[in-house]
Design a binder for this molecule. Structure first.
Ligand code: MG
Length: 447
C-alpha cells in the first residue's frame, strides 16, 4: 500500500465512524478553546428552562365556558398558553390541571413529546375528556413557549406555510329552506366559498313543534326535542333549495350530529348525492362505527368524523379502511397539538384531510393552535370559521382573524394569542349544559 492509499484508508474509516477531526476532539473532551469559539450560536442549543407552574384560567366572555392553561417558566416573562376547554364539564378540568402543576413543576419546558407521554400515563387510568383537555392545555402551552423561545410562529416549527391563509366554512341556518338559502348568500357575499347548512339547528330541532312528552309533563320543560322523521325529510329539500338559489359553485356541508338511526343516515346521505355535498359530518355516533362499512358500500359522498373520539388510536382503523375523508378532531379533546399532528400526518398516507372541530367553545388560543397546524399541513381539508364576539377578542388579544372566508394568524412568536386575566375574571364560568334531546315519546337521542 502506497503512502497515499494509507492516508485515504484512514480518512474513509474515520468518516464511516462519523468521526472527523472535530468529532474526535469532541469525543475525547479535547475541544480547543479556538474551536469552541468558532461554534455558531445556532449550534450551541438553548439554555435549559424549567416549568415553574401550570394553572388553569376559566372564563366565559362569549357565553361559552373557556379554559386556558398557563405554563409559567423559570425565565422571567416567558410563559405559554394552551386550550383546555371542555365547556360542558369545565369545573372538572380545573383540579385536573392542579395535578399537572404538581407533576410538571421543575421539569424541562423543551421536551414536549416526553412531557406529553409521561403526563398522559401519570394518572395510570387515562383517556377521558377531563384529563385529555387538561393535557391539551399543557401541551399547547409548551408549543407556545417553544415558538417564543425560537422567536418563530408555531407553524414555522411544524414545517412552515403551505398556504397563504386558511379557507374556512361559515354556518348558515334558518327555519325554512329559503331562510337557509338567504343566509348562505350572505356568507357568499362576504367571500365564503364553503358553507355548512342546517335548518332549525342540529337535527332540525327548531322546526319540529311541541312534542308529546312535554304535553304529558314527562321530563323537563327545557329539554330539547327533535322529530327524526321531519329532519330526514327536510335535509334533501334544504339542499335542493340552496342549490337552486345559490348555484353549483358554492361548497355545501351538513352535520347530522349523529341524531338518527344509522340506516336512516345512510339513506339520507344517498339522497344528497345529486347536490354533491363537500362533506356530511357525524353520520353515526362513535358507538356505531361498524356502520361505516355499509355507508361506504352505499355511497361515495365525502364524510367527516371524529369530534367525539377520545384517543388518536380510535382514528387508526377507520383511516386505514378509508371509512371517512375528513379528520374531525376536537384538538383539546384528544390531548392537544402533539397527538393531533400525528393523526394529520397519518392522513397524508391515506388521502384523508383535516377538518378540525372549531366551534365557539374552543378558546381563541385553541383556534390559533389549529390555525398554525392548518398553515403547515399539506393534507389540510377545511377549517370551521371562528367569528369571535367583541368580548372574546378583548379577553384574548391577538386572536385569529377572518377575512374573505380565510382565517389568518398574526406573525408573533408562539401562537400569538394573549389573555387579559383581569378581564377574563369578569366573566365567570357556569355549570350550565344543555345537551338533552328527546324523541316525541321522551326517549333520549344521542346529541
Ligand atoms: Mg359535528
Amino acid at each position: 500500500m502506497t503512502e497515499n492509499q494509507k492516508k485515504w484508508n484512514r480518512r474513509d474509516s474515520m468518516k464511516m465512524l462519523g468521526l472527523g477531526s472535530a468529532g474526535m476532539l469532541g469525543l475525547f473532551g479535547g475541544v480547543s478553546s479556538a474551536v469552541a469559539q468558532e461554534k455558531p450560536a445556532y449550534a450551541k442549543g438553548m439554555a435549559p428552562i424549567k416549568i415553574k407552574s401550570v394553572k388553569a384560567i376559566g372564563t366565559r366572555p362569549g357565553g361559552s365556558n373557556l379554559i386556558v392553561v398557563k405554563v409559567e417558566t423559570t425565565e422571567p416573562g416567558l410563559y405559554g398558553l394552551g386550550c383546555a376547554t371542555f365547556t360542558q364539564r369545565a369545573f372538572a378540568v380545573l383540579p385536573a390541571v392542579e395535578y399537572l402543576n404538581e407533576f410538571c413543576a421543575g421539569k424541562d419546558v423543551d421536551n414536549i413529546e416526553d412531557m406529553w407521554q409521561s403526563a398522559y400515563v401519570s394518572s395510570y387510568w387515562r383517556n377521558g375528556p377531563v384529563l385529555n383537555n387538561a393535557l391539551s392545555g399543557l401541551d399547547q402551552a409548551l408549543w407556545d413557549i417553544k415558538g417564543k423561545r425560537a422567536g418563530m410562529p408555531v407553524y414555522q416549527l411544524l414545517g412552515g406555510k403551505v398556504r397563504f391563509a386558511i379557507p374556512c366554512y361559515g354556518h348558515a341556518n334558518g327555519k325554512t329552506p329559503e331562510e337557509v338559502a338567504t343566509d348562505v348568500q350572505s356568507f357568499m357575499d362576504r367571500g365564503y366559498k364553503y358553507i355548512r347548512i342546517q335548518q332549525g339547528g342540529y337535527g332540525g330541532a327548531g322546526i319540529s313543534g311541541t312534542p308529546d312528552f312535554k304535553k304529558a309533563g314527562f321530563a323537563q320543560e327545557t329539554d330539547g326535542y327533535m322529530s327524526q322523521g321531519t329532519y330526514l325529510k327536510s335535509v334533501p329539500k334544504m339542499f335542493e333549495a340552496v342549490r337552486k338559489a345559490c348555484g353549483e359553485e358554492v361548497e355545501l356541508l351538513h352535520d347530522i350530529h349523529e341524531r338518527v338511526a344509522p340506516i336512516d343516515a345512510i339513506n339520507m346521505i344517498k339522497n344528497l348525492e345529486e347536490y354533491h355535498p363537500f362533506f356530511i359530518e357525524d353520520p353515526f355516533s362513535p358507538e356505531n362505527m361498524e356502520w361505516f362499512k355499509e355507508l361506504r358500500a352505499s355511497t361515495a359522498v365525502p364524510i367527516a368524523m371524529g369530534e367525539l373520539f377520545n384517543n388518536i388510536n380510535e382514528f387508526k382503523l377507520p383511516m386505514v379502511n378509508h371509512w371517512f375523508d375528513f379528520i374531525r378532531i376536537h384538538v383539546s379533546q384528544i390531548g392537544g397539538l402533539t397527538p393531533a399532528m400525528k393523526v394529520a400526518r397519518l392522513g397524508e398516507f391515506f388521502g384523508i384531510a383535516t377538518a378540525w372541530h372549531g366551534p365557539g367553545d374552543v378558546s381563541p388560543v385553541g383556534h390559533a393552535a389549529q390555525a398554525h397546524m392548518d398553515l403547515a399541513l399539506w393534507n389540510f381539508g377545511i377549517q370551521e370559521a371562528a367569528l369571535f364576539p367583541d368580548e372574546v377578542k378583548e379577553v384574548f388579544p391577538g386572536a385569529p382573524t377572518m377575512n374573505n372566508g380565510y382565517m389568518s394568524v398574526n406573525e408573533a412568536p408562539g401562537f400569538g394569542v394573549e389573555i387579559d386575566e383581569k378581564l377574563a375574571a369578569k366573566y365567570p364560568m357556569t355549570t350550565k349544559s344543555s345537551w338533552t334531546v328527546r324523541k316525541d315519546d321522551g326517549t333520549i337521542i344521542r346529541p
